[in-house]
Design a protein around this ligand. Structure first.
Ligand SMILES: N[C@@H](CCC(=O)N[C@@H](CS)C(=O)NCC(=O)O)C(=O)O
Length: 215
């Protein structure tokens, strides 16, 4: 199995799961700044030109939530409960909420504070964060109420929904996300950090694939 990744939030979800479940995968870091996601070889795997992408035998898959579900089915992990439709629906609700609302709201904070410096994309621009703050606070309120009597997003245990929602939010302290005012969100994020694969998802061993690394 091969996982193509860059050091950013969507690959983070998948790499954390790979570590957490002890999956033996070749993790191939793609050189974003050299245009590695836009080479014909990479676009043939993922026409979106984004990471992550997974290749497992005949199966090529993109979208981190789909890859996470695939990895759980393959390993029999109940972080995606393949045999329990009611639980799948509960998880799916939060995956949709994350992709439609939550990611949009935390995105500017994560981009300005984490991605821009990591990939040398220029100076911080606070305007999008300022504009998004009221929406982020509104959504943090929804999540905070949900987590008031829960340790996890769905099914009373760790699922792929936790990794989905936390992949940008986990940077909340350095990214100025206002979660100090939402104690159940902060508690949930801090407890996730006790999971070794989540706290440090980045592969120790990475394989270079020159055909994909250069534009
Ligand atoms: N919804 C996709 C998001 C994929 C995505 O946007 N990946 C970003 C990193 S988080 C990327 O590859 N960015 C590089 C680019 O846009 O050039 C998923 O969950 O896999």
């Amino acid at each position: 199995m091969k996982i193509y990744w860059i050091r950013a939030q969507a690959p983070r979800r998948v790499l954390a799961l790979v570590k957490h479940l002890g999956i033996d995968a070749d993790c191939i870091e793609v050189d974003l700044r050299a245009g590695g996601l836009k080479t014909p070889a990479y676009l043939a795997l993922n026409p979106n030109g984004k990471a992550p992408t997974m290749v497992d035998g005949d199966v090529t898959l993109w979208e981190s939530s789909a890859i996470m579900a695939y990895l759980c089915v393959k390993t029999g992990s109940d972080m995606w409960p393949a045999q329990r439709p009611a639980e799948q629906i509960e998880i799916l609700r939060w995956l949709s909420w994350s992709d439609t609302h939550w990611s949009r709201a935390v995105g500017p904070f994560y981009f300005e504070h984490v991605i821009k410096p990591a990939f040398h994309l220029g100076e911080m621009d606070r305007s999008e964060m300022t504009a998004m703050l009221p929406e982020l606070e509104r959504l943090a309120g929804v999540l905070d109420s949900h987590l008031e009597r829960r340790d996890f997003i769905a099914c009373d245990r760790l699922t792929i929904a936790d990794f989905q929602l936390a992949s940008m939010a986990c940077e909340w302290r350095r990214a100025e996300m206002p979660f100090a005012d939402y104690p159940h969100v902060a508690r949930w994020l801090d407890r996730l950090m006790e999971i070794p694969g989540w706290a440090d998802p980045w592969p120790l061993r990475t394989t270079a694939e020159p055909a994909l690394a250069n534009a």
